[in-house]
Design a protein around this ligand. Structure first.
Ligand SMILES: Nc1ncnc2c1ncn2[C@@H]1O[C@H](COP(=O)(O)OP(=O)(O)O)[C@@H](O)[C@H]1O
Ligand SMILES: [Mg+2]
Length: 281
């Protein structure tokens, strides 16, 4: 009997829901806390199982553990390649752009001086993002050159990773964006995320409100295309509505769905367990 495991570093609403869905479906899900693990890299083997659902919150933990697990021959969902591609916004942008998938205009620079020149071309307002990060953290709205200079000066005193200047046009969108959920080759659910009163960012982690979003042809197609360039797996696709149609600005690798399940009535944890079972075959 193949063994399915879930690695985690925190049991959130999502992990509880996945554990419950597995129970409901009679799937024996082995739980492995990544914080209690160690791996001997010379052995190229592990007892953890045949298939691992990767649910670590911490990016660096997830990235390194997935690499080490795959080396032992275990299938990890999402896989290492996917984790690299979706985990870094610059790499995702390159993939989206190469595939011709609509995405906001984005620039890359490495010094405040070059970043200001790039912003001169991009125009204001613009958005500065760390290439690795989530929950809207450190995503700054640069309203004009003066505020850009101030933010860029701050970044020079941060870790070198924050001195990779990933700059994006501020998309003229309604005060909401769309998060769609792709599991394998299906878009299973989508929500509108409307920003709260105190933040322009729509992340539910920042007070964005979730509401069911109908999945029309355009949303389905752009979500599947975006997922496909990253690779097989489970994703949350972030899109924005523009006068010229949808644009994708992010592909998320370890999805959160605490707000989406009540808003849509879709059993995302159950669908994740079903996907693990098909991936076993
Ligand atoms: N180019 C943009 N134009 C307008 N709003 C944006 C833009 N990029 C991001 N945002 C807002 O900021 C939020 C967080 O950005 P995102 O790129 O998804 O990073 P994170 O990984 O932190 O979720 C988005 O959900 C959206 O509300
Ligand atoms: Mg996002």
């Amino acid at each position: 009997m193949p063994k399915i495991a879930m690695v985690f570093d925190l049991i959130r609403w999502e992990e509880k829901a996945i554990i419950e869905a597995a129970k409901r479906k009679g799937v024996d899900l082995v739980l492995q806390d990544a914080r209690e693990m160690f791996m001997d890299l010379s052995k190229n083997s592990t007892e953890i199982g045949d298939l691992v659902l990767q649910r670590c919150v911490g990016y660096y933990r997830k990235y390194h553990l997935t690499a080490a697990l795959e080396q032992t021959g275990v299938t990890v969902i999402n896989g290492f390649e996917q984790t690299v591609r979706a985990g870094n916004k610059l790499l995702t942008s390159l993939l989206l752009s190469r595939a011709g998938i609509p995405t906001p205009r984005t620039m890359l620079a490495f010094t405040p001086e070059a970043a200001l020149k790039a912003l001169g071309e991009l125009g204001y307002p613009a958005v500065l993002k760390p290439t690795v990060g989530s929950w809207g953290r450190l995503i700054a709205l640069l309203k004009d050159e003066e505020s850009a200079e101030a933010v860029l000066e701050d970044r020079e005193f941060m870790f070198p990773a924050y001195q990779v200047y990933y700059l994006q046009e501020k998309v003229e969108r309604p005060p909401r964006d769309i998060r769609s959920f792709v599991i394998g080759d299906r878009v299973v659910a989508a929500i509108y995320r409307t920003s709260g009163p105190r933040d322009w960012r729509t992340n539910t982690a920042r007070g964005g409100k979730a509401e069911n979003c109908p999945i029309d042809k355009e949303l389905e197609e752009i979500s599947l295309r975006a997922a496909r360039v990253v690779g097989d797996g489970i994703y949350g696709i972030d899109c924005m509505e523009t006068p010229n149609g949808l644009v994708v600005h992010e592909v998320n690798n370890t999805i959160e769905f605490k707000n989406t399940v009540p808003a849509t009535g879709i059993d995302i944890p159950g669908l994740i367990v079903d996907y693990l079972l098909t991936a076993m075959r």
